[in-house]
Design a protein around this ligand. Structure first.
Ligand code: F0G
Length: 459
């Protein structure tokens, strides 16, 4: 596959300078940061691929919308505008703004989970897993086996493994609080879920009278992949596919910091108005603020309403996913293994393949992320045993399903030359890969450790 770049469907009106440090300055900065990329100052980073969350560039229409912020305590006009958009896109009876995705999880999950319950998902992201555990539950991942083979080119590597899911439904009968479908499947590499798979999961949930919740952070990217790869949907609009995805579920939580192209925001929804909607509202008022603002300013609600509609535009998605596919093609030419086909929001480099001499308990994904920063000031992150290998009961180090270094691409922020530089840096690292060393944790907090832990190089 030759690398082909899709033209940006926008012009750039405002720019933010990038500061380039010397290699020596970068080495000092990462050591000062305890080899944890979350502790780096962003001004010490040249290309920031730590997350595609909240790091997006808003459009001129969104910025103009910010000036229409109605900051009334209750019933702001921006709230009603947002509700018009969410009703059109998702068709849910009750939608509640909250300040970000994990706030949605905090509001919803305790209503479905308690001590002794389990939640099953195609794959939980770190915060969703944490909120399952905080509600007293235990999280079980059930992704299709081909997701683990980074070189297999299956079209929907984010899917639930239906056969195993059926076994889990029997094994945990009476203890399952909620089933969560994450679209796209972030931890498996931004891999999509097919509508066929979502429909099968939805039918099984109905059969077993279980609530199905959509973790919809990257719902638009998932819909684009469905249109590209699922024959039956190639002539359907992105909006039609989105509507169908949501209608197959009972609830959704959404970090609007991704596909709604915002810097801050989230949503939680219930398809049917009723007791649960009332409880969601009550929790929101306690944790987030009154239900018509949910932890956000009126201007943020307006930007979300506009961003949701921009996020489902097909030319935006073609360019967006085109960037990831371009970088994937460059890496393929260079023989650098990564999750393929490329996912929606970034490149997931197979650190285990690049650094086979580093065992999982010395965190190859983290080692490669640190090396990329030292090499070219690029900030990615580990999605592997460092982020996910922490057993909530025993606190023992386990081996995660993957050892990825994730390079998440913010929306509408970087250009082709930035992507070329990322590929170049990885090619340089590959040449001296056998000399790269692993890391060990010298301090860690009990939950979501990757944000805060201190590390040191293994000598
Ligand atoms: N669900 C998924 C699938 C996510 O990727 C995230 C966040 C969340 C929920 C939580 O949303 O950050 O708004 O509270 N993912 C970011 C990332 C942080 O970098 O992938 P949040």
């Amino acid at each position: 596959m030759a690398a082909k770049y899709v033209m940006e469907p926008f012009r750039i009106k405002m720019v933010e300078p990038i500061r380039l440090l010397s290699r020596q300055e970068r080495e000092k900065a990462i050591s000062r940061a305890h080899y944890n990329l979350f502790y780096l100052k962003s001004e010490d980073v040249a290309i920031d691929l730590l997350s595609d969350s909240g790091s997006n560039a808003m459009s001129s229409a969104q910025w103009a919308g910010m000036m229409l912020g109605d900051e009334s305590y209750a019933g702001s006009s921006n709230y009603y505008r947002l509700m018009e958009v969410t009703t059109k896109l998702f068709g849910y009876d009750y939608v509640q703004p909250v300040h970000q995705g994990r706030a949605a999880e905090k509001v919803l999950f305790p209503l479905l989970l308690s001590e002794g319950k389990v939640a099953i998902s195609n794959m939980f992201f770190d915060t969703t897993r944490a909120h399952v555990e905080l509600a007293g539950g235990r999280a079980i991942d059930c992704v299709v086996p081909e997701a683990r083979i980074t070189q297999s080119r299956a079209p929907f590597k984010g899917n639930m493994d239906i056969e195993r899911f059926k076994l889990l439904l029997e094994e945990y009968k009476g203890r399952i609080g909620v089933v969560v479908m994450t679209v796209t499947n972030n931890s498996a590499g931004g891999q999509p879920v097919s509508l066929e798979n979502l429909r099968q999961v939805s039918e099984l949930c109905k059969e077993h009278a279980l609530p199905l919740s959509l973790d919809a952070a990257r719902f638009a990217e998932n819909a684009y992949f469905i249109k590209q790869r699922e024959e039956e949907y190639k002539n359907r609009s992105i909006e039609e596919i989105v509507y169908e995805m949501f209608q197959l579920c009972d609830y959704f939580t959404m970090s609007a910091k991704k596909d709604a192209i915002l810097n801050m925001g989230g949503l939680v929804g219930a398809r049917v108005d009723g007791e649960m909607a009332l409880s969601i509202k009550a929790n929101t008022i306690s944790f987030e603020g009154f239900s018509s603002y949910g932890g956000l300013a009126g201007r943020d609600l307006e930007a979300m309403a506009i961003g949701l509609l921009e996020g489902v535009q097909e030319d935006q998605l073609r360019y967006r996913i085109g960037q990831v596919e371009y970088l994937s093609a460059l890496l393929e030419e260079a023989g650098i293994a990564h999750q393929t086909p490329a996912g929606g929001h970034g490149l997931f480099i197979d650190a285990k393949a690049l650094l086979p001499h580093i065992p999982y308990y010395e965190f190859p994904g983290q080692a490669l992320a640190i090396e990329l920063y030292k090499e070219a000031g690029i900030r990615g992150c580990d999605v592997g045993s460092y982020m996910m290998g922490n057993d909530p009961d025993t606190r023992k180090q386990m081996e995660a399903e993957f050892e990825f270094t994730r390079l998440a691409i913010p929306r509408r922020v970087y250009t082709q030359s930035h992507l070329d530089l990322i590929a170049q840096a990885l090619i340089e690292i590959k040449k001296r890969a056998d000399r790269i060393k692993g890391y060990r944790i010298v301090w860690e907090p009990p939950i979501l450790r990757h944000f805060q832990a201190h590390l040191a190089p293994v000598e």
